[in-house]
Design a protein around this ligand. Structure first.
Ligand code: ZN
Length: 147
């Protein structure tokens, strides 16, 4: 496999963080997702006065790639003021489109404190598309065996 340039990904996440729309939390986040195609998709958090409508940087970056036809991402970088890690919703979305062993790198705004982890470490035993298919298969098998 081609070596992944995590520093380049961090720099993209750091740059897009400047576009964050975070008037409520003041917690600006930038994320950059590297697609299997080699393209990088960057996204920032976009908050809303109706707080529940806020979309995180990680999900924005991944959704941007999905909108361009991507279906698999091989690495993710997230930059916040203090190196915070993805929320639960983002971890679930990451697992949807990334392998559990895909690298995730988290950094503070100055890229001084960098933490390396993986999608699987962030969301161990997460719910995956495969588990959904297995459940549906089991459901269908049970239906067909009933009289
Ligand atoms: Zn999130």
């Amino acid at each position: 496999m081609k070596k992944i340039n995590l520093h380049k990904l961090l720099v993209r996440a750091q740059a897009v963080r400047a576009h964050a729309y975070a008037p409520y939390s003041k917690y600006q986040v930038g994320a950059a997702a590297l697609a299997a195609s080699g393209k990088i998709y960057a996204g920032c958090n976009v908050e809303n006065a109706s707080y529940g409508l806020t979309v995180c940087a990680e999900r924005n970056a991944i959704s941007k790639g999905i909108s361009e036809g991507e279906r698999e991402f091989i690495a993710l970088a997230v930059v916040t003021e203090n190196g915070g890690s993805p929320c639960g919703a983002c971890r679930q979305v990451e697992l949807e489109f990334m392998s559990p062993d895909a690298p995730v790198v988290l950094a503070d705004a100055a890229l001084q404190n960098i933490q390396h982890t993986t999608v699987g470490e962030l969301l161990p035993d997460g719910f995956t598309p495969r588990k959904l298919r297995e459940g549906q298969r089991a459901h269908n098998n049970r239906k067909t065996t009933k009289p």
